[in-house]
Write a protein that binds this ligand. Structure first.
Ligand SMILES: Nc1ncnc2c1ncn2[C@@H]1O[C@H](COP(=O)(O)OP(=O)(O)OP(=O)(O)O)[C@@H](O)[C@H]1O
Ligand SMILES: [Mg+2]
Length: 289
């Protein structure tokens, strides 16, 4: 991307005044997605969350974003878009865990048309639906484009848990869709921030346009989420990313340490701290606009 990456996290981040690099204003939320014909579409932009590494906070971010999206009135489904199946529904379905997988829903009628989505979903007390998958491949040349179309037809806004790595083949149809907002999750660790560089360069190489400069293309539409998985909320890593990536990526956001999330068990959105919910809400308004 032509960026000078020479000043990266190899040096320990300074704990100076980062306020100077935080000059970007939060974008105004666009509540309704415009269709190509200019009419108002139903719901908000679909979101794809991908981890910069394993244990990045990807699934947690999907659950938080989806819950806030649902709270805003969109009919929302959190969708497992990993290749082998993640713990998305096990972590998020605190009300009802459906026995029906994404694959079973997609071929529900046996004639290539999906079963009614609502009846197949797991449910969270936050009001959102969840769709889990297993490691079996999608059948008959179906891809996540097939999944995305069927979800849109059912009137739901999806938040996809893409897991990691981002280069997984099955994520390509979602990454190619410019309508889907991309969120890259990393834990608040220097090594994860360093590895982000390769991920952003890969994104730019694979999906960036020839003519897009700084802040353009898929990298310019990518929001980075730094999750604090250890207490203390040390912002050094996020501040360092802000210093080097502001103007290149869409935004850099932090999710504070939350003792409820730290348990690694079932997530009840209403058990999260107010600051955590606010962080997800702000993240959502940033990616949705
Ligand atoms: N804000 C937070 N506060 C405290 N703990 C957190 C926070 N975010 C994530 N965690 C914890 O960090 C761990 C990793 O989070 P999560 O499962 O969301 O990551 P992941 O990228 O989906 O991991 P995997 O690679 O297993 O899919 C979990 O145990 C989770 O509970
Ligand atoms: Mg996960």
């Amino acid at each position: 991307m032509g960026q000078d990456w020479s000043q990266w996290l190899d040096e320990a981040p300074e704990t100076g005044d980062p306020a100077a690099s935080r000059t970007r204003k939060a974008p105004v939320v666009r509540l309704r997605r415009r269709r190509e014909d200019g009419s108002e579409g139903e719901g908000m932009r679909p979101v794809l969350v991908v981890g910069g590494c394993g244990g990045a906070g990807t699934t947690t971010t999907v659950l938080g974003l989806a819950a806030e999206l649902g709270a805003g009135g969109s009919t929302t489904v959190a969708v497992d878009a990993t290749s082998a199946g993640s713990d998305l529904a096990l972590r998020g379905a605190d009300e009802h865990l459906s026995p029906i997988s994404l694959q079973a829903w997609l071929y529900g009628r046996g004639d290539d048309s999906p079963a009614p989505l609502k009846e197949c979903l797991s449910q969270s007390s936050s009001g959102i639906g969840l769709l889990w998958r297993d490691a079996a491949p999608l059948r008959r040349r179906a891809t996540y484009l097939t999944v995305a179309r069927a979800i849109a037809d059912a009137g739901y806004t999806p938040v996809y848990d893409g897991g990691s790595p981002i280069a997984a083949r099955h994520l390509r149809p979602l990454l190619e869709d410019g309508d889907i907002a991309l969120v890259l999750a990393i834990p608040a660790r220097a090594d994860a921030a360093n590895r982000l560089r390769v991920t952003l360069e890969w994104l730019d190489d694979e999906f960036g346009g020839q003519t897009e400069g700084q802040g353009g293309g898929i990298v310019g539409d990518t929001t980075i989420v730094v999750s604090h998985q250890l207490s203390g909320n040390d912002s050094a890593v996020a501040d360092h990313l802000r210093e080097h990536l502001t103007g290149w990526v869409r935004d850099i956001r932090e999710i504070p340490y939350d003792p409820h999330l730290a348990r690694g068990e079932l997530v009840r959105h209403n058990a999260l701290e107010a600051d955590t919910r606010r962080a997800y809400r702000n993240l959502l308004s940033g990616v949705a606009s």
